[in-house]
Design a protein around this ligand. Structure first.
Ligand code: NZQ
Ligand code: ZN
Length: 389
């Protein structure tokens, strides 16, 4: 196990009707003028925003609002949010929605006290100061409710990039599984794939002797594999929704990733797909992850055998471990198909002729690499896209 530090200071409030406590927690964390930030309308239609406003009114907290965050959130709205917060003297941002809304809120929070262009943070500048962010989560997926990262798409060139630091972790996150019951099956499944991907980016590591986090990763993967078909069958299954919601947080606040080298190549490769085609991040991952696995499994067959046996219950083939490794990847892909996910370019709506552009946009040369389990050059990324055709 490698040396590590772990700081995950978000306060979590989990369970039924907990969104009604939003005002209480904003007050507890010192917010006096709030920006309520939300997406394309699901939270308005469900009446959630009205309940949140009532909770703020009850505590005498003033607020302004900014809706319209798109999936794969755009920089344009972040600039608008920064301007609005400065004009209205906002000191706290409440994100009500999914990963896109939370990431947009984090970017606004980092941009308000910063003199330069907030995009600098996505080009390597360290975030020194932010407004506080709280969240009311409506989809189990990105894990942004507990994570130290944010992902924004810059319209100019449609560049999708990440930035982060412990400073942007939300001060509190309210997780009510009931709020996820309105999700269409497709969005539920996209979220589940993202959760699995966050675990797999950590699971496939070159670090040895990490049994504790290996076992924790496997436990959360097994939970998703069990619970997702149950909610697709019965969207109102609160207990299954609850297990998925907490899995999404645990998968990405880095509890499962400490002490081990992490990969993250598949996320980088996927981000170009969601930037170019505006597809859901989870759907893109369903296409990329099995292709990545197929490309790299030879690097460490034993690790893929462990994945196959412990996660997918494959029978160990002692005479031919490679067969077991391949069987695990096959079962993963079958699972993705069974929950309605695309597993190739065609099903996703991506085009073979765009592959050179996708590779180019990743900005890797033959010397720059992505990933750490296997360090990928541009030519490797191209082969992975082709395996996903
Ligand atoms: O915009 P509305 O109308 O609210 O609809 C949303 C949106 O269309 C809908 N939705 C959310 N909750 C709902 C609901 N519909 C009905 N009922 C509900 N309860 O779902 C759609 C997707 O929402 P979005 O926020 O985009 O989903 P997700 O949470 O998957 O976030 C995806 C974004 O997060 C980034 C992704 O790249 C992508 O941009 N990521 C962020 C990470 C982080 N900050 O740590 C890590 C991830 O790897 C990921 O990259
Ligand atoms: Zn992700």
């Amino acid at each position: 196990m490698k040396n590590f530090t772990f700081y995950s200071p978000t306060f979590f409030v989990f369970g039924k009707k907990t969104e009604n406590e939003a005002g209480h927690y904003i007050k507890k964390y010192g917010g006096s003028k709030v920006l309520i930030h939300y997406g394309g309308g699901s939270v308005v239609r469900s009446g959630l925003i009205d309940r949140i406003k009532a909770s703020l009114d009850k505590e005498g907290i003033k607020y302004t609002e900014l809706g319209g965050v798109q999936p794969n959130p755009r920089s344009g709205l972040v600039y608008k949010g920064i301007e609005l917060c400065r004009k209205e003297n906002v000191d706290f941002i409440l994100a009500v929605g999914g990963g896109s809304v939370i990431d947009s809120a984090k970017a606004i929070a980092a941009g308000v006290p910063y003199d330069g262009d907030f995009w600098d943070f996505f080009e390597g500048k360290r975030i020194e100061k932010t407004l506080k962010v709280g969240t009311v989560l409506t989809i189990a997926a990105a894990g942004s409710e507990g994570s130290d990262s944010m992902v924004i798409t810059r319209e100019e060139g449609m560049l999708k990039r990440g930035a982060g630091g412990d400073i942007i972790r939300p001060v509190f996150s309210i997780l009510n599984p009931e709020l996820t019951q309105t999700l269409p099956a497709y969005q539920t499944a996209c979220g589940a794939v993202d959760i699995m991907a966050h675990i797999l980016e950590r699971y496939f590591t070159n670090t040895r002797e990490v049994e504790i986090t290996d076992r924790m990763c496997e436990a959360v993967l097994l939970t998703i594999i069990k619970e997702v078909p149950r909610v697709i069958e019965d969207p109102d299954n609160y207990e299954a929704r609850a297990n998925i919601m907490w899995a999404g947080m645990v998968a990405h606040n880095n509890l499962l990733g400490v002490g081990r080298e992490q990969d993250w190549a598949s996320h980088g490769i996927e981000h170009e797909l969601s930037a170019l085609y505006d597809v859901a991040h989870g759907a893109g991952l369903a296409v990329i992850f099995p292709a990545w696995m197929t490309y790299v499994y030879n690097h460490d067959i034993n690790r893929f055998v462990q994945f196959a046996v412990r996660v997918w219950g494959c029978q160990m083939n002692f005479a031919n471990p490679e067969e077991t490794a391949k069987e695990g990847i096959k079962r993963f892909k079958q699972f993705l198909t069974s929950i309605g996910m695309p597993v190739n370019f065609k099903e996703l709506g991506a085009r073979e002729e765009d592959i050179p552009l996708l590779v180019e946009k990743m900005g890797l040369g033959e010397n720059y690499t992505r990933g750490s389990f296997v360090r990928l050059k541009s030519s490797d990324v191209e082969k992975i896209y082709r395996l996903a055709l």
